[in-house]
Design a protein around this ligand. Sequence first.
Ligand code: SF4
Ligand code: SF4
Length: 378
Amino acid sequence: MVGKREVIEKARECGFEDTGFTTAAPFDSQRSLLDQRREEYGWAIRSGLDLIAGTDPQTILPGAKSIIVLVDAYFREAFPPSLERHFGRCYLDDDRMTGTRLGKRVKALRVYLRENGIDSKVPFHLPHRLAAARAGLGTFGKNCLFYSRKVAAGGSWVTPIVLVVDREFEPDEPTLEVGCPDWCRNACIAACPTGALKGPRHLDPRRCISYLTYFGEELTPRELRAPMGLCVYGCDRCQNVCPRNAPWLARELTMNRKAEGMVEDFRLENLLHMDKAYFTAKIWQHMFYMSDAGLWRWKANAARAMGNTLDEKYVSELARAFRENGDERTSAMIAWALGRIGGPAAKQVLEAALPGSSSPVREEILAALEGTPATGEC
Ligand code: SF4
Ligand code: SF4
């Protein structure tokens, strides 16, 4: 009968640098936290991710006895800076849709377990960071992220993957604690541009840029647009400033070839002008939290990032998108971006668009013109 040692060895063979075990007991602390913060997490439940059910492994696999947690580093190789500027690193080599890398490795381990009489399920809605700490694989950061005890030089550039199994394994010693050094004065909380980190280990997901870029239901509120900076999809700021991540950030890594191949397709101009066919062929398999129904938001995200570059080279691209785009939410953001860049060329585009405009684009144009220097002034 396979034991922990054999599973760990097989997991290592499948490319997982660290493996831990915990019981299949319910995650009661997470359940009460979700109960207390229903307002903050209600959107997840409404969108079909039943986080409450995920706190009880029995709802995932009836007869569950243990949870095996695997640690995968998603930031193993370097990413092109032009992509890191706009996209969260965890999406730059994400093959969950194509199943070419991680999916195959998880599958290989599950086949091995199956061959040894162990049934397994890989849920998305189980609290995976909590499971990883309960399995002794690392600690928490005040930024709510999970820090590995040994992968990525102890950094947070990891994804814990959980396998709920029907075989009992001896649980590892939990490490359910915050591992931040005393001398770090909450750099992550201070650096969060949208105030999503309300305190140590308290995140309001509705203000987090990651949420806002792909799950935000409506146009991003005006007061959050400038703080969102250059982010188009995801945000790594609270990880970039963290001293616990500095050792890995200092490593000289070889370039990730897959991500290098994405540079052209993910240029802001191409995202702003893309149609459904382009999105389906080039974007969706890498970043799939929005379907083609969210194309307007992709474009609005690209427009907002362009605006926040303050670079006049984007005015002509925004002007073209203003003419060709059919969604008023995207047009509203384009108007905002033009106002943010400012200058005579941007003002001219806004003035030309004003007569034929209607709400809400009209309000955005007027607000943008208020903040844009008059023609001839710069
Ligand atoms: S990911 Fe960005 S927006 Fe979200 S908590 Fe971290 S710094 Fe704030
Ligand atoms: S920035 Fe400081 S407080 Fe925040 S997670 Fe890192 S070490 Fe902890």
